[in-house]
Design a protein around this ligand. Structure first.
Ligand SMILES: NC(=O)c1ccc[n+]([C@@H]2O[C@H](COP(=O)([O-])OP(=O)(O)OC[C@H]3O[C@@H](n4cnc5c(N)ncnc54)[C@H](OP(=O)(O)O)[C@@H]3O)[C@@H](O)[C@H]2O)c1
Length: 482
């Protein structure tokens, strides 16, 4: 295998890599080289899809030789050590000017580290977030590449050719340098956690408040999917709720164990946001809700704890369902607003020039959080690129203003009924915190000054102050120890 036929290569022939390779092969002008650590998988993929015309290699040397220069290879293997192992192999057989793309779900700080190390060899390294699962990889994902501008020049046309397309625009943009792409993909996944949790809370409230069956609630979600909530996640929620279990005849949702799994990107988002000092409370509650669900021993031990007296039934079913819809919409706006706050903070911390409107635009297709709603975010940043909080954009302010009474009623109903709604209620608390004239943070500052001499600022004059709490309680000018 030495006659350099392929213009792009894919390493890792599990579901994502093989589907991405097939997607690439289906686009005009591409010849795709494939390689996998276990050669039998490479052979199997080549045999199963002869029309793709794959150039299959069984060694990394043959794989490199099968690529035209400058070589471009996309790695689709497990994040972490597997990715490092493949990068190390590629660096041995690639040359300066070649491009290594990591399309896995890498932690962005790993991508920053890898980019720096690979750059020293003269080889380009691009960390690219790819969203859309198996189907997206095959038919058109949303792609969030980082890396250098020069690598993007070569890579851009290839990625544009395989990405999802919305309104004639491919769902891919050069996000920023080094780890920017994986950072934005991480935030995407964090928002996805929040969105899913909010939908789950909406379902739970409607089911327990109205007694409707999952199939009936599926109809409600299908209806919601024709309005401002229109999105992939709402659409698939209807599908899941409508599904009947073949073995028992029960709704499938009733036979699925209620312990939600996680692969870590939601937790990464929250950990990163904590480091950046950005409250992503909706995302955090979604991550914690999955953790709580997956603690069977604690849940069993707590199952006899008292809840409110009496049954929860709503008087006006239609009005309640509409309230829940509005609460879901308002909470979703908060989740996205918090996610974009984290993007802004990350861009500042890591010196990335991230165009927020472009990010919203490339999330409109291919990815799991794809939704009509994202057009509004693009519009909001187009109108005001310096927007300090998405929820303060006129469109979203109006939307929340129209929803907030319903949102409050739903949170009250949930609390009174003892139905957990952590994402609904924390989003509302965040909203009220953000819009408050005065916060009890003033008292917290007083407490901090009392026990730790941490000092405080005053509302009526400049400077930093400390009260002599264990002395005569007079106030002195102090050195800022915030
Ligand atoms: N599944 C999804 O919906 C989805 C969505 C977005 C992103 N992703 C990301 O896409 C990447 C690929 O996902 P996936 O589900 O297709 O596959 P995966 O199960 O994450 O990884 C399996 C692949 O990794 C290879 N591999 C494992 N350890 C290796 C090592 N030490 N050296 C070389 N290769 C090694 C395997 O090769 P062998 O066959 O030799 O074991 C196989 O090709 C991951 O980073 C994942 O997080 C997945």
């Amino acid at each position: 295998m030495s006659n350099s036929q392929a213009n792009i290569g894919v390493i890792g022939m599990a579901v994502m890599g093989s589907n991405l390779a097939r997607n690439l092969a289906s686009r005009e002008g591409n010849t795709v080289a494939i390689y996998n650590r276990s050669a039998e998988k490479t052979r199997a993929v080549a045999a199963e899809f002869p029309d793709a015309g794959f150039v299959a290699s069984e060694t990394i040397e043959d794989f490199a030789a099968s690529l035209q220069k400058p070589r471009t290879a996309i790695i689709m293997v497990q994040a972490g050590r597997a990715t490092d192992a493949v990068i190390n192999q590629l660096v041995e057989v690639f040359e300066p000017g070649d491009i290594i793309v990591d399309g896995g779900n890498a932690l962005f700080t790993d991508t920053i580290r890898r980019e720096k190390a690979v750059r020293e060899t003269g080889i380009n390294f691009v960390g690219a977030g790819i969203s859309g699962g198996e189907e997206g990889a095959l038919l058109g994902p949303s792609i969030m590449p980082g890396g250098s501008a020069s690598a993007w020049e070569t890579l851009g046309p290839i990625l544009r050719s395989i990405a999802a397309v919305v309104d004639g625009r491919p769902c891919v943009t050069h996000v920023g340098t080094d780890g920017a792409g994986h950072f934005v993909k991480m935030i995407h996944n964090g928002i996805e956690y929040a969105d899913m949790q909010l939908i789950a809370e909406a379902y739970d409230l409607i089911r327990r408040g109205t007694g409707k069956s999952p199939a009936e609630i599926a109809d409600i979600f299908a209806e919601w999917n024709t309005g401002e909530l229109e999105s992939y996640l709402i659409e698939i929620t209807a599908e899941v709720l409508r599904q009947t279990d073949a073995a028992t005849g029960a709704p499938l949702v009733d036979v699925i164990l209620d312990q939600a799994g996680a692969k870590g990107t939601g937790a990464w988002t929250v950990q990163t946001a904590l480091d950046l000092g950005i409250p992503v409370s909706g995302i955090a509650e979604a991550v914690f809700a999955r953790s709580l669900s997956s603690k069977p021993a604690q849940r069993a031990a707590a199952s006899a704890l008292p809840g409110p007296d009496g049954d929860f039934t709503v008087a006006d079913v239609d009005a309640f369902v509409e309230d829940v819809r509005l609460a879901l919409y308002a909470s979703k706006i908060i989740a996205y607003s918090q996610g974009f706050d984290a993007i802004v903070a990350g861009a500042e911390e890591y010196n990335w020039d991230i165009k927020k409107g472009d990010i919203a635009a490339i999330w409109r297709g291919g990815c799991i959080i794809r939704a009509q709603f994202l057009n509004r975010i693009t519009d909001a940043y187009a109108e005001n690129p310096g927007l300090v909080a998405l929820v303060t954009a006129p469109y979203f302010t109006d939307a929340v203003a129209g929803a907030q009474s319903a949102w409050r009623r739903v949170v009250i109903a949930a609390a009174q009924a003892g139905i957990p709604s952590p994402a609904f209620s924390s989003s509302l608390a965040y909203y009220d915190g953000l819009r408050a004239d005065r916060l009890p943070a003033a008292l917290v500052q007083g407490q901090r000054d009392f026990f730790g001499a941490h000092t405080y600022k005053r509302v009526d004059r400049d400077g930093t102050f400390h009260t002599l709490w264990s002395g005569d309680r007079s106030e002195i000018q102090a050195v800022d120890t915030h």
